[in-house]
Design a protein around this ligand. Structure first.
Ligand code: NAD
Length: 315
């Protein structure tokens, strides 16, 4: 703790930029925190950044996220997730060639979407993952493959983290749980595919953060190559209908909605995945850690934040 943190983001408008700025406002209270508006695809700037600050540990969470958007905007996935990540890898490599202080560990976000068409659950990091169903997933898998090359060729320690449906305060407004909340608040009915009989390993943001912090300090090693991948998921898939019922209870409790909302039950959509479920055995083994926040607690925090941010402040 107490380390200097240099954060970069291009603050793009994929979703409300004010939310990104709000997150930064709370971070600016930390005196060892510096924010720089830099684009991952700007290689010269990324290289200069690494030369100026010689980071010990690099955490790359920046990416074009979202599965659906990759259908209409494929280019931004190639730009941010492939070229952007390649630039980070190159800057890490360059730190070994030039810098006195090479990068000790690169930790980066991958995604449960790499499991694509896999049917076997729970998903384990040793499963074959070569059947992605979105360009987003393909770029995340490509990141893992590129990281392996740099770990193998240049001995740069890299750890990839496959996150499973992360939710919580200040989360992404394009995600389903956020959209359900918006709809419930507006009094609109909500649509549940496969009648809500689908399972997701919803993971609370603080569990993700604890996982990342644990992992930062442990250098990876797999068969002599400093490369590792972990799933970070709740390891306890919950049905969509249970998720929506819990969210509704939290909204009722906070007085944000005054009556239950109507559900419209629809058939399964083509391409939908019935269940995501993370095997986290290697996470537990290596860190004695597993995400533990219940849906009731996590959604409770989310709803309190939503009320404060969207309904109280702006009222
Ligand atoms: N939220 C989830 O459920 C989930 C699940 C699996 C994986 N992930 C991954 O976790 C990471 C964080 O996701 P998130 O949900 O916080 O998404 P997010 O969109 O809120 O965060 C990503 C950030 O990266 C920035 N960014 C995008 N392209 C950039 C570029 N070219 N240069 C600089 N900055 C850029 C965006 O402005 C954004 O602030 C992403 O890599 C995402 O793919 C998230």
């Amino acid at each position: 703790m107490g380390n200097e943190v240099i954060a970069i983001d291009n603050l793009n408008d994929y979703y409300d930029v004010n939310l990104k700025l709000e997150r930064l406002t709370s971070l600016k209270n930390f005196d060892k925190f510096t924010f720089l508006k830099i684009d991952l695809i700007d290689k010269n700037n990324i290289m200069a950044l690494f030369e100026q600050y010689s980071p010990d540990i690099v955490v790359n969470l920046g990416a074009q996220a979202g599965v659906r958007y990759s259908i209409t905007n494929p280019q931004s996935y190639i730009d941010s997730n492939i070229i952007g990540f390649f630039n980070i890898l190159e800057a890490c490599r360059n730190s070994y060639v030039k810098g006195k202080y090479p990068v000790q560990h690169l930790v980066y976000a991958s995604s449960s979407s790499v499991y694509g068409l896999n049917k076997k659950v729970p998903y384990t990091v040793n499963d074959k993952v070569d059947k992605p169903v979105s360009l987003y997933a393909a770029t995340k898998r490509s990141d893992e493959l590129m990281a392996h090359v740099y770990s193998n060729l240049y001995f740069i320690p890299t750890t990839g983290l496959r996150f499973f449906t992360v939710y919580g305060p200040m989360g992404r407004p394009d995600m389903a749980y956020f959209k359900f909340t918006d709809k419930m608040v507006r009094g609109e009915h909500i649509q549940l595919y496969n009648s809500g009989d689908m399972y997701r390993d919803f993971t609370y943001i603080e569990d993700i953060i604890t996982g990342i912090v644990n992992i930062l300090n442990k250098l990876p090693n797999k068969d002599g190559v400093p490369y590792k991948i972990y799933n970070i998921g709740n390891n306890k898939p919950e049905s969509l209908i249970y998720f929506v019922n819990t969210l509704e209870k939290c909204l009722l409790k906070e007085g944000i909605i005054l009556q239950p909302v109507t559900r419209e039950f629809l058939p399964m959509q083509p391409g939908d995945v019935y269940q995501t479920y993370a095997d986290i055995d290697n996470l537990v083994q290596d860190f004695n850690f597993k995400p533990s926040t219940s849906l009731e607690t996590g959604l409770g925090h989310f709803v309190k934040w939503y009320k404060e941010y969207y309904l109280t402040k702006k009222a």
